[in-house]
Write a new protein. Structure first.
Lengths: 229, 577
């Protein structure tokens, strides 16, 4: 890691607009953060455009396609106790993912308090939430594929594009979550090994947190546009 | 200030061990830049060779039997894609960006050297995948470089039976990954690791240009990635994202309900910023070269920066001017015509500023300066024909004719390539420590400059006659007069000459490596930091023990208090003699 390892980030920032101007007109660095944190932010902006393109394409096709769109509350319903409960599974998934964002935020806080073990366990708990999410997504996918017969190229509920967009976008998001689980596990191991104690800087936990919150935020949009619309 | 100096001390240098680490899997930005340049020039030569094949068919239809209609379309497609993405984008950002950013900003390397190395190898992989498509059954895709569905994924399109289109899309996806890795590096380095005293408004203009072009790339390539993924799905899984109901040979295909125009939107949301990803670094090179070789500070530095930012912003809201005839809502045309004409304003500011930099300047007619002047004229020419095409009413009859070919080759092919050559001549001494041969350089320049005009000017006329682009043969159409065939022959001969002339430059590049005159440390008397290193060419880590400190802006020419006509950026007021 050739990062700016030993920088201290204590400094006085002028308020609001003046602070913005001072940051941007400074020499050496525009933002008083680690390089990896700056890079993560820039990457997330770029990634936003990927998901933005996916979702715009989906919305555009949903509006222009000739057949009616499948009734989502029927397709995504779960048969529990003799009745179809719409959006049950997805509500649980969303709840878990958002909760994992909460544990991540707690991990970042305890990281800055230099509580090594607590930070690591909270990160692992976050990763566990991610695993649970992906696992339930696998269950959802297999139910849609094997029971409802929805395929990327067509289905019996309505427009052909439904399956394609659903599997493509939730799959791409699931890939992000899976990568995030691996990433968080690595960070948790580094925390346990005491790497950030030696650096006396837990900012890398926050960088991982940025990614995780982003993945969460994207899910909110996918949830809204796919399941609620 | 103290906390900032810690940044330098804290940066652990990557330490190469042995030959492989130093020259092949190197993490040094200078080596990576060279690797980018070499691979890009190699694939660029392939692209040039393909254009010669096209011209041979157009100039002498039917004379070369090996060029049939199918392979002609494959040549067109691959020529376009190679030149725009694998040559110009890679060479400007991967090559010039990698080399100049750390040197001009006074840091030791890119922010993330390992990611930087991965970026090159991913790029290399994408080129391999692209080249592989020449060797699969039925060859590369022949759907046109815009890859519009439905024809790009249907069998029956030239090259459509085999894996050509899959390889093309896969190669693009890998390229985008490579670009993202490189781009994150460039932006982080520019924002976070400049030399002491190097504020953003003291950066050389080329760094501003590369910085903004990278931003454009990071925000525009996602749309292409999404388009490519969906296109692959349409082809492999037979989803119908872009595919409407289609009859082929009287039979209904399995597709239905998709929107081909959606792909065009995705493609051009990437495609138009891509024009500026190529043009901005060219602007930057010209800004540097004009100032250095005219011995005068750049006119209106602040306006130049804000014009760049304006161009980068507006570049995202002009994309549908490529689609006036695509069947989108005509009202959209009004919007996109307006934004298109608005983007001409900051561009014109830049051209005026270059012209005013030349005014009353001490112009040295070096080879880089010649390329600058050629760029100004060519870019102006291409820009003016852009005014025709930006207006819906004029564009509709001119769309998809040779006028368009003439326009975009002038503005985004010839102009950037002229800037590229100027940049090669200018920075070659910094890379190799030797000067390029001046006489060969001038021969190469005049043939290229005059030759490109002889090639592309007649195309505007051919376009006004209504000759459509991408046609394999013009012979069967009554409305096309004989003069077009004659002109095409003339253009082809010019193309062959200009193509051959590029080998003068290659010869020059290789010969000067061994036999060129030894370059002084700062051969052009430039103020920017890349010429102020301890050793020349700069060694590993660029700056020896002490990192440079910047005291002034990058264009300090003709300062009255100094005896020399330039003051380097790292010379303080007390040190001026």
């Amino acid at each position: 890691m050739s990062d700016n390892e030993s920088v201290s980030f204590e400094h006085t920032i002028p308020d609001n607009l003046k602070g913005l101007v001072a940051d941007w007109s400074s020499d050496v660095q525009a933002f008083r953060v680690r390089w990896s944190k700056a890079m993560m932010w820039i990457f997330l902006v770029s990634d936003t455009f990927i998901f933005g393109s996916f979702l715009s394409a989906y919305m555009s096709v949903r509006l222009t396609t000739i057949e009616p769109w499948p009734n989502t509350s029927q397709v995504f319903a779960l048969h529990v106790g003799g009745t179809d409960v719409p959006l049950l599974l997805i509500a649980i998934m969303t709840f878990i993912l958002i909760s994992s964002s909460g544990t991540m935020a707690m991990a970042v806080t305890s990281g800055y308090k230099k509580q090594r073990k607590k930070t690591a366990y909270l990160i692992l708990l976050t990763a566990l939430g991610g695993v649970a999410f992906v696992g339930m997504q696998m269950f959802e996918w297999s139910k849609l594929i094997f029971e409802e017969g929805i395929r990327p190229w067509g289905n019996e509920f309505g427009a052909d594009q439904f399956g394609g967009f659903f599997f493509m976008i939730t799959g791409f998001h699931g890939l992000h979550v899976s990568i995030g689980v691996v990433y968080l596990s690595i960070v948790a191991k580094r925390v346990l090994d005491g790497r950030y104690d030696r650096l006396n800087d837990y900012q890398m936990v926050e960088v991982a947190g940025l990614y995780w919150h982003f993945v969460d935020l994207v899910w909110i949009f996918i949830f809204a546009f796919f399941y609620l619309w | 200030m103290d906390q900032n100096s810690a940044t330098y001390e804290g940066q652990k240098m990557y330490d190469p061990k042995g030959w492989w680490d130093t020259y092949v899997f190197s993490q040094d930005h200078k080596i990576i830049a060279l690797q980018y340049v070499c691979v890009a020039l190699a694939i660029g030569l392939t692209g040039m060779f393909l254009s010669l094949l096209m011209r041979l068919q157009l100039g002498f239809p039917g004379l070369f039997e090996s060029i049939d209609a199918g392979s002609y379309y494959q040549d067109v497609t691959m020529h376009g894609m190679i030149m725009v993405i694998y040559l110009l984008t890679a060479l400007f950002l991967g090559g010039f960006g990698n080399y100049l950013i750390p040197l001009m900003l006074g840091c030791r390397d890119m922010a993330f050297p390992f990611v930087n190395m991965l970026s090159f190898w991913m790029y290399f992989l994408s080129v391999i995948i692209l080249v592989a498509s020449f060797f699969v059954e039925s060859g590369p895709t022949g759907a046109g470089w815009t890859l519009y569905p439905p024809q790009s994924i249907l069998e029956g399109t030239p090259g459509g039976d085999g894996a050509g289109i899959i390889l093309m899309l896969a190669s693009l996806a890998v390229f985008i990954v490579a670009f993202t890795m490189g781009g994150l590096n460039y932006i982080t380095t520019v924002l976070q690791s400049r030399a002491k005293g190097m504020t953003l408004m003291r950066m050389p203009l080329i760094i501003w240009c590369i910085f903004l072009a990278t931003f454009l790339g990071l925000l525009a390539f996602p749309a292409l990635l999404v388009g490519a993924i969906m296109l692959i799905f349409d082809r492999v899984l037979e989803t119908s994202f872009f595919m409407p109901e289609i009859f082929k040979g009287g039979e209904v295909l399995d597709y239905g309900g998709g929107s081909p125009v959606l792909f065009q939107h995705l493609f051009w949301f990437f495609g138009h910023p891509e024009v500026y990803i190529i043009a901005l670094p060219a602007f930057g090179i010209i800004s540097e070269l004009i100032s250095v070789h005219a011995r005068k500070n750049i006119f209106g530095y602040n306006m130049m920066v804000w014009a760049l930012i304006a161009i980068a912003g507006i570049a995202f809201i002009v994309w549908a001017h490529h689609m006036y005839v695509a069947g989108m809502n005509p009202y959209l045309g009004f919007f996109f015509a307006t934004t298109t004409l608005i983007i001409a304003v900051p561009t014109a500011i830049k051209v005026y500023n270059w012209a005013l930099t030349l005014w009353n300047a001490n112009i040295k007619m070096t080879v880089p300066m010649l390329y600058c002047l050629a760029f100004l004229v060519t870019f102006l020419n291409g820009g003016l024909t852009g005014l025709f095409l930006g207006n819906v009413a004029v564009d509709v009859p001119l769309s998809d004719t040779y006028f368009v070919i003439g326009h975009f080759h002038m503005v985004m092919a010839v102009s950037p390539v002229l800037a590229l050559f100027g940049g090669l001549y200018h920075w070659y001494p910094s890379v190799t420590g030797r000067m390029l041969d001046d006489r060969l350089g001038k021969i190469h320049f005049w043939i290229t400059f005059i030759g490109t005009y002889l090639i592309y000017f007649p195309m505007h006329y051919i376009g006004f006659l209504g000759v459509p682009r991408r046609y394999y043969s013009n012979e069967q159409y009554d409305f096309i007069p004989q003069s077009v065939a004659d002109l095409n022959q003339f253009i082809t001969i010019c193309t062959l000459i200009v193509g051959a002339a590029q080998f003068i430059m290659l010869y020059n590049l290789i010969k000067s490596l061994y036999k060129g005159a030894i370059a002084p440390k700062n051969p052009w008397d430039a103020c920017t930091l890349e010429w102020q290193t301890l050793e020349s060419p700069p060694g590993h880590g660029n700056w020896g023990e002490q990192l440079p400190v910047v005291y002034r802006w990058p264009y300090e020419y003709g300062l009255p208090s100094a005896t020399a006509d330039f003051v380097p950026q790292n010379v303080s007021d007390e040190q001026i003699t």
